[in-house]
Write a protein that binds this ligand. Structure first.
Ligand code: 2AM
Ligand code: CA
Ligand code: CA
Ligand code: CA
Length: 270
């Protein structure tokens, strides 16, 4: 069997281009009021824009790279990853509730995983027109400008983000305790409402950490690759590496506070 060599720069440029085009489509499709559906509960929402943006991405990817695997949140193509050498992990809108409310923290997120490793991440915030790009070994960028997080930070001066559907996993007491502890030991706690953009904001240095007990791969694939390339330190709450095949917890942070946060949280997870 003939192996095609993957032109990584071409792949990255293509990914960035289609994500930006998907952003234009998203703006075009946005109507007022936005029709929405609930996925199981009142806070888990989806709109036809999520579905159309995912379809646009999947169609474009498979036209150019028919032998690549694609998995997206809305399941337009496939909802499980099988063994493709190169796999695209897509969230057409990460932060759908923010999108619906016009709260400007949501993004289109794409992660490209090659032979099990994160290769390229692209996240686009259509409101701020920021295109975040990360390529393994090649750095992270926002609209072409290099992103490198600052050299050192104390936990007491960190602004830390979290996501709030922890109740699904932890008892209310544990939730309460962990949030209070974070407030005591950091400069503040924020809930942005979108995992992908949160990870990119850490890459920019506006936020310094993100702690979340459960996400799906498409929530973080793109952002994790970008943040790693910007110098961020990322693991699960157990300390194990993040998986691009299965979802899980995320502790993403400036490297100088990653271990300290890990020590605070490792006991809460089995
Ligand atoms: P979504 O907007 O694509 O659904 C904060 O809510 C973050 O968690 C968002 O990135 C959101 O992604 C993600 N998320 C994953 N599972 C969720 C759930 N069950 N309810 C709400 N948000 C969820
Ligand atoms: Ca969703
Ligand atoms: Ca998501
Ligand atoms: Ca989504």
């Amino acid at each position: 069997e003939k192996q095609m060599t993957l032109d990584i720069d071409e792949l990255g440029k293509f990914a960035a281009d289609i994500v930006k085009e998907a952003g234009a489509l998203l703006k075009e499709l946005r109507t007022e009021p936005i029709k929405l559906e609930e996925k199981g509960d009142h806070a888990n929402l989806v709109t036809f824009v999520d579905q159309e943006v995912e379809k646009f991405l999947v169609d474009n990817i498979l036209e150019k790279y028919p032998d690549h695997g694609v998995v997206g949140e809305e399941g337009v193509f496939e909802n499980v990853l099988t063994n493709f050498e190169t796999e695209w992990v897509i969230d057409p809108i990460d932060g759908t509730t923010n999108f619906i409310h016009n709260f400007p923290f949501y993004g289109i997120s794409v992660g490209i995983v090659h032979k099990g490793e994160g290769l390229i991440g692209v996240v686009y915030n259509p409101v701020t027109d920021e295109l975040f790009y990360g390529q393994k070994g090649n750095g992270a960028y926002v609209n072409g400008d290099r992103l490198t997080i600052s050299p050192e930070i104390q936990l007491s001066e960190a602004l830390v983000a979290t996501s709030m559907f922890w109740e699904n996993i932890w008892t209310k007491d544990a939730l309460h305790h962990s949030i209070i502890q974070l407030y005591k030991e950091t400069r503040g706690v924020r809930m942005v409402g979108g995992a992908a953009i949160t990870l990119c904001e850490i890459a920019k240095g506006t936020l310094n950490a993100y702690i979340v007990p459960m996400l799906s791969t498409w929530d973080y694939a793109g952002g994790v690759i970008i943040l790693k390339e910007a110098g961020g330190s990322i693991s699960q709450l157990s300390g194990s590496p993040v998986s691009f095949e299965l979802g899980g917890s995320i502790l993403a942070a400036h490297p100088s506070i990653h271990q300290e946060l890990l020590n605070m949280y490792v006991d809460w997870i089995d």
